[in-house]
Ligand binder design. Structure first.
Ligand SMILES: *Cc1c(COP(=O)(O)O)cnc(C)c1O
Length: 360
C-alpha cells in the first residue's frame, strides 16, 4: 500500500532517551526545557529571532488574528486547507475570497483591491504547497490600504524566498508541525513575527493571558505545547536535511518520468528555494481525475484530493464572487504520494500506472 504520506519517525531509542529525561525532571509542559530547546534550534535554523512554538497550526492562525486585533472582513484565498477559512470565522471575522492565480495556485494580487471595503482589516494568504505568494504585491496593497498581512505558511518548512526563510514575511507568519507535514512534532505549530511587541502579545495570548503568575494582561487561550511533542521536534530536526533531500530527489523523479503524461504542474515563484513539500498534479477534468484515482486505488496507491473542495463552498460562508480558478482547479488536483521512506522504485511504479491510464 502506498499512502499519500507517512510521518517521519526518528529511531525509537532516541525518543526513549528523551522520555527518560522527561521522567527524571517530571516537567511535562509549560515552557519546559525541550520546548525551549526546540524554539532555540528552530530560530537558529530559520535565522529568525521571533518564534513561538504552539499547540498546532490552527491555533497559530487564531493567535495571529487575535494578536493583530482583527475584526470585520479578512481577504483570503479559497484554495487552502479548511483551517485558513475556519479560523477567520471562528474569530468572528468575515472571509472575503479572492481567486487564485491558475499557475502559482496562490491568491491573485491583481484581484485583491476590488474586494477591499472600509470593513477590510487584513489579508490572510496561504503559500500554497510551500510556494511563496507574490509577497511584494501583497505588501504594496497592504501598505496602501493600511491592512495587516498574515501568511498561512503551514507547508513552508525549509522554503526560502529571496534567501530568507519565507516565515520572515508578513506581520505574522504561521506554520504547522502536524504529523502529515514534512517536519512535524506529532501535533504542533509556530508563529513568527518581525515585531517584538507582537511577539510579547502572542506569548501572553498563548498562556491564558497571563503576564505574571497571578496576573492577567487580558484575554488568552491555551496555545502551549508539551515536552513530549517538543522531543519529537528536537529529534526530527536532526534529520531535516535528509528529509528535504529525499523529497527533492523523488519530486525530480516524478517530473522526469511524467514528461509525456498530460497534466499541469504548479509554477514555483521566482527567487524561491523550494522545499518539495507536495507533488500536486492538475488533470484536464474532474472525470479524468476520478478515473486516475480509481486506477491508482485499484493498484493500492492512494493520492489525496488536496485542496478540495474550494473553501467558498463551505456551509458556513456565503460568497458569490467569481472564483473560477479555485473552483476549477480544486476539482482537478491531486497530490501524489511523497514521503521520506518512499523510494525511487515506488515513484517509477506510480508513474508507470499513470502513463498506462493515459494511453488506455
Ligand atoms: C495543516 C494545515 C493547517 C492546520 O495545521 P494544524 O497543525 O493541522 O492545525 C492550516 N493551514 C494549512 C494550509 C495546512 O495545510
Amino acid at each position: 500500500m502506498i499512502p499519500v504520506t507517512k510521518p517521519f519517525l526518528p529511531p525509537i531509542e532516541e525518543y526513549q532517551k528523551l522520555l527518560t529525561n522527561i521522567w527524571t525532571r517530571q516537567w511535562l509542559t509549560n515552557n519546559g526545557p525541550l520546548v525551549n530547546e526546540l524554539e532555540h534550534k528552530l530560530k537558529d535554523y530559520f535565522e529568525l529571532e521571533n518564534l513561538l512554538y504552539v499547540s498546532n497550526g490552527t491555533i497559530a492562525i487564531q493567535l495571529a488574528i487575535k494578536a493583530l486585533n482583527l475584526s470585520g472582513e479578512i481577504i483570503t484565498t479559497p484554495f487552502s486547507y479548511v483551517a485558513t477559512t475556519s479560523c477567520i470565522v471562528w474569530e468572528n471575522c468575515k472571509p472575503v475570497f479572492v481567486d487564485i492565480d491558475p499557475l502559482t495556485l496562490n491568491i491573485d494580487p491583481e484581484l485583491i483591491e476590488a474586494k477591499i471595503t472600509n470593513q477590510t482589516t487584513a489579508i490572510l494568504a496561504t503559500h500554497v504547497f510551500g510556494n511563496p505568494c507574490d509577497i511584494e504585491s501583497i505588501e504594496r496593497i497592504a501598505q496602501k490600504h493600511n491592512l495587516k498581512v498574515i501568511y498561512d505558511a503551514a507547508h513552508c518548512f525549509g522554503t526560502k524566498y529571496k534567501n530568507k526563510s519565507v516565515f520572515a514575511y508578513g506581520d505574522i507568519s504561521t506554520t504547522s508541525f502536524h504529523a502529515t507535514k514534512l517536519f512535524h512534532t506529532v501535533e504542533g505549530g509556530a508563529v513568527f513575527t518581525g515585531s517584538k511587541i507582537l511577539l510579547k502579545q502572542l506569548e501572553i495570548l498563548r498562556n491564558f493571558g497571563h503576564n505574571g503568575p497571578e496576573s492577567f494582561a487580558g484575554l488568552g487561550i491555551n496555545g502551549k505545547n508539551s515536552e513530549f511533542h517538543a522531543a519529537m521536534g528536537v529529534l526530527n530536526l536532526n534529520y531535516i536535511q535528509s528529509i528535504l533531500d529525499q523529497r527533492k530527489l523523488l519530486s525530480e523523479r516524478y517530473s522526469k518520468n511524467l514528461v509525456n503524461f498530460s497534466c499541469q504542474y504548479q509554477l514555483i515563484t521566482n527567487d524561491t528555494h523550494y522545499n518539495y513539500s507536495y507533488f500536486p498534479i492538475i488533470l484536464e477534468s474532474e472525470d479524468h481525475l476520478k478515473k486516475v484515482i480509481s486506477v491508482l486505488n485499484a493498484n493500492r496507491i492512494f493520492p489525496r484530493r488536496y485542496f478540495y473542495p474550494s473553501l467558498n463552498s463551505l456551509p458556513y460562508v456565503n460568497d458569490t464572487g467569481d472564483l473560477n480558478n479555485s473552483d476549477s482547479i480544486s476539482k482537478r488536483i491531486i497530490c501524489l504520494p511523497l514521503y521520506h521512506t518512499l523510494n525511487i522504485e515506488d515513484v517509477d511504479y506510480i508513474c508507470m500506472i499513470l502513463k498506462n491510464i493515459e494511453t488506455s
